[in-house]
Design a protein around this ligand. Structure first.
Ligand code: DC
Length: 230
């Protein structure tokens, strides 16, 4: 039998784009020796396939079939996940603007979400994972050991995204408008809208540095580890 005190935790980090989830989840996982799983990368992978196959982002049945016939895998790598679609490395491509937009659209469909949630549960079931997304604490792992809802003032989130995009040479103002629209879509969709789980710890990163956010989450993790049955 597994010793409960050595059981590795399931940590859920949810929140809107630009709140700092990816960086924090990746740093936290590295510190704990856990696996970091970016659930958004799976929606992005499906969105890429839809773009490549010229499928409509509104056609739920076609998108579900496409997902069922795909092999989407994530491998932990330095500075994020390596994402494979049917064995092809798509890690860089799925960060591009067209895929980002499409991911927000394909993720509104309940049947697509059901499929994604089932895969994500399989990936995280053994514990020792930091999974980040929008519905991890509410739908994927409602019994997660620790749930964080990481948020920040919208102006700050847009600024952070603009700073990232400026490096890549993308038009910053247009990116900010798109972020606002994706936010609206994520929060208002009927199926699993972005919202904190009732038992999530709300963390506002507006006035916190990355290190400070990480310190606070680590303190919460240590509290959970200490509280495990001996
Ligand atoms: O976290 P991200 O930006 O890579 O997510 C891309 C899109 O996928 C985002 O617009 C919302 C959606 N998503 C979701 O609906 N549920 C998740 N658990 C993760 C992402």
């Amino acid at each position: 039998m597994t010793d409960p005190s050595s059981r590795k935790l399931i940590i859920a980090i949810d929140g809107p784009a630009g709140a700092g989830k990816s960086t924090i989840a990746s740093r936290l996982a590295r510190k704990l020796g856990y696996v970091n799983l970016e659930s958004g990368a799976m929606y992005r992978a499906l969105a890429l396939k839809a773009i490549e196959w010229d499928a409509s982002f509104e056609d739920e049945a076609a998108l579900l079939k496409m997902a069922q016939e795909s092999r989407i895998t994530m491998e932990p790598a330095m500075g994020g996940n390596r994402v494979l679609l049917d064995k092809r490395d798509i890690s860089a491509r799925i960060r591009e603007r067209d895929v980002t937009e499409a991911a927000s659209k394909v993720s509104v469909h309940p049947k697509v979400r059901e499929w994604m949630v089932a895969r994500q549960r399989e990936m995280g079931l053994g514990g020792g994972v930091v999974m980040e997304g929008r519905d991890i604490g509410t739908k994927v792992f409602p019994d997660a050991d620790l749930k964080i809802f990481l948020d920040a003032d919208p102006v700050i989130r847009e600024q952070r995204r603009m700073d990232q995009q400026r490096v890549k040479g993308a038009p910053a103002q247009a990116m900010a408008a798109e972020l606002r629209e994706r936010d609206r879509r994520d929060r208002t969709r009927a199926a699993s809208p972005l919202e904190p789980a009732p038992d999530a710890v709300l963390l506002d990163s507006t006035h916190l540095s990355e290190d400070e956010v990480l310190e606070r989450i680590e303190a919460l993790v240590n509290g959970k580890i200490a509280a495990r049955p001996a």
